[in-house]
Ligand binder design. Sequence first.
Ligand code: NAI
Length: 360
Amino acid sequence: MNHEVALIPGDGIGPEIVCAMRRVIEAAGVDITWRELQAGASVVDRYGTPLPDHVLDVIREVGVAIKGPITTPIGSGFRSVNVSLRRAFDLYACVRPCASMPGDGSRYRDVDVVIIRENTEDLYAGIEFEADDPAAQDVRETVKRDTGRVIPQDACISLKPISRTGSERIVRYAFEYARRCGRSKVTAVHKANIMKATDGLFMRVAREVAAEYPEIAFEDRIVDATCMGLVMHPEDFDVLVLPNLYGDIVSDLCAGLVGGLGMAPGANIGSSCAIFEATHGSAPDIAGKGIANPTAEILSGCMLLDHLGESDAAARIRSAVRATLADGACVTADVRRALTGSTSGAATTDEFTDAVISRL
Ligand code: NAI
């Protein structure tokens, strides 16, 4: 069966790893018509925006996309294209599995956790005011009037909206995921001891939803203690569900447990659209050198194939990646360094990709 998939190569290492992912999927014999689209800094001069309307139109039409990372200017400049895509298609669930593979270079063995991150709310909602914005002054006055607390005149302000609706749908997604994938426990992560309103709501809703899934164990934990627990005893965790910002941070931490960012795939899921992408960013420090690890993007491609009903091909690709890493003779510099302390003898992105394809 032919599938249509929107493809955004992105920037930095994006085009290199997206090319690897596409070669592997094609070598596995899956029939995909790729609708290639450009977004990010390179299109701003031409379209006046990093995310032109025609890109959104094609994704809306096709309903499924896979992308490479896109650079976001820090501190100023355009807002994140990644965040804009999640918002445009209401991709409320970010799913990031982190599972050990033999030869992944990690100090940990047998890690198998899945991060389910709320993708639309929280400090990531992007409701922010510069210190001299008149709206910031309105907020200061409202806060002073209603709480007696003074926000300094030179403070910028970010708002953290967390809704009952948003919390309920992400926690329910986590439990449904656990049920569908045969997982046995869900941990809701928060900081409700300090943020009693926002994180308190998230925690209370998680407890309510958990009661509907008696066959799945449930606990809630504070985010800082969760980080320590993940580093000391990752085997205590199974599925984690988190508000947006904690999910962002904890998913990088979990990537570190399974060999680093080059290993961690991801999916952004909404009710009518899904966009797949590696957890990592555009890695400007290694872009253009042909040395990026394409594993995270290839495994994101496997999640795409599962979504398209091509689970046999996905399983064959996962097994080829696993065998290539386990063999250890042809691995990229990040893995090589983790295994041996040196990048000497590391494979390029293309060599690793060829090794995976040869095992399909
Ligand atoms: P990053 O994830 O790009 O890089 C962090 C470190 O991990 C770097 O040392 C990099 O070389 C390494 N790394 C990442 N992916 C790798 C791979 N596949 N193989 C080998 N090494 C890899 O994070 P950073 O530097 O904070 O962000 C760079 C840019 O990417 C920023 O503009 C950021 O906003 C953007 N970004 C985009 C995302 C997306 O498109 N979904 C997600 C995260 C960041």
